[in-house]
Write a protein that binds this ligand. Structure first.
Ligand code: PLP
Length: 392
């Protein structure tokens, strides 16, 4: 039985980074873009209706972030993640990456060490390095068939003086939804060494059914006072173009520091359409989201099943969240440094090269499966065909 997510929608010509910039980025045409992390699905109808209705009101002057928006977000976090947050803790940024960069500038000093856990979302590297902070890499390790945090090495990094950590939860690109025990172990270290955590929880709503996200800051007051949690409607409802993200900062002192930083930037007002659309999403988007999560789970299972049949040398650890598959291509007969370009040019499939996510991403490709299943089928057929001619 087909559903709304099976419908293929034309997205070219909308200044889409994923669709319109792919030919230039990969140097070829006729690509199936499975790189940039947005979805080939329209957002919930309520979002489109809210934006349309607002557009017809004819006034587009300066707007502040209304309390009704913040309330809708707080209710969402409590309903979906069982974390009761106060309205006063919530502030915003024009995107999570921008917010991370603001936080790095507001809370740390040039030369400070900041921990990230590769393979990880590539802007984490640049947010640290472009702000002249020192990157400390605590690589994830694969143990018992799953990516895990290397707590021993993390403690060494904290003991050696790291001031802050950018924590990806759920984790892009490996798809981990961190378990309560792992979060508790992390919280214990963070509190013991008094580290500031920038918790990027942009994927929190997109766990696959059967996996529940828990916010690090929800574990207790001590850890909450050291956390800045980033959440957003962008990934959840496919509205990254709104450029509206939420920061949850329970500590009054940290909140004041962040607000002073925004004043120095002379930034703080919001976008008319983003506020209306995002509020509608938080108020009315829950059912759509649950349907989406079920569809994404089906896509994950379909893709893993087809890969096992068609290209068994590509291995995948089943993700627990996100709509990204982290393809282990190290057994393919193509040099890791050439594989991404080979897949684009010979198969017409645009994936993210694993090495973007850190040194331990070499030999991997990231595949975005948030698209109608028939698009995945076409991509896998193309990949199988292109790889057939390659000798082992
Ligand atoms: C972990 C993570 N953080 C942030 C972002 C992007 O956030 P924004 O578009 O709000 O800057 C992404 C996008 O894929 C992501 O995976």
């Amino acid at each position: 039985m087909s559903c709304r997510f099976d419908v293929v929608t034309e997205r070219t010509g909308l200044n889409s980074v994923k669709w319109d910039m792919a030919p230039k980025a990969y140097g070829c045409d006729d690509l199936i873009p499975m790189w940039v992390a947005d979805m080939d699905f329209p957002p919930p109808d309520a979002v489109v209706e809210a934006v349309t209705k607002r557009a017809q009101l004819n006034f587009y002057g300066y707007e502040h972030l209304p309390e009704s928006y913040v309330d809708s977000f707080c209710r969402w976090v409590e309903d979906r993640h069982h974390w009761a947050i106060s309205r006063d803790w919530v502030t915003h940024s024009p995107g999570v990456v921008a917010g991370l960069s603001f936080a790095v500038q507001a809370f740390t000093r040039p030369g400070d060490q900041i921990v990230i856990q590769p393979p990880v979302y590539h802007p984490f590297f640049s947010v640290v390095e472009r702000n002249n902070r020192v990157l400390v890499e605590n690589e994830l390790v694969v143990e018992n068939g799953q990516y895990q945090i290397d707590f021993g090495h993390l403690e060494e990094a904290f003991a050696a003086g790291a001031r802050a950590m950018i924590f990806c939860s759920p984790h892009n690109p490996v798809g981990r939804v961190w378990a309560k025990e792992e979060l508790e172990q992390l919280a214990e270290l963070v509190c013991r060494y008094d580290v500031l955590v920038l918790a990027d929880e942009i994927w929190s709503d997109l766990t696959l059914p059967g996996h529940e996200h828990l916010s690090l800051a929800a574990l207790g007051e001590d850890i909450a006072s050291r956390c800045i949690t980033f959440m957003a409607p962008s990934k959840t409802f496919n509205v990254a173009g709104f450029h509206l993200s939420n920061l949850v900062i329970p500590s009054q002192e940290l909140r004041e520091t962040y607000c002073q930083f925004l004043q120095r930037l002379s930034w703080g007002l919001t976008n008319t359409f983003a506020v209306q659309g995002a509020q509608a999403a938080y108020l009315y988007g829950a059912e759509w989201l649950d349907e989406l999560r079920g569809y994404l789970k089906g896509n994950v299972e379909y893709t893993m099943g087809e890969l096992a049949k068609r290209i068994p040398r590509i291995k995948v650890i089943p993700p627990e969240g996100t709509y990204l598959l982290w393809l282990d291509c190290r057994e393919l007969p193509i040099p890791p440094a050439e594989l991404n370009s080979f897949l684009a040019k010979e198969a017409g499939v645009a994936l993210n090269d694993g090495k973007m996510f850190g040194k331990n991403g070499l030999g991997f490709q990231r595949m975005n499966i948030a698209c109608p299943r028939q698009t995945i089928e076409k991509a896998l057929q193309r990949m199988e065909e292109a790889l057939k001619g390659q000798q082992a």
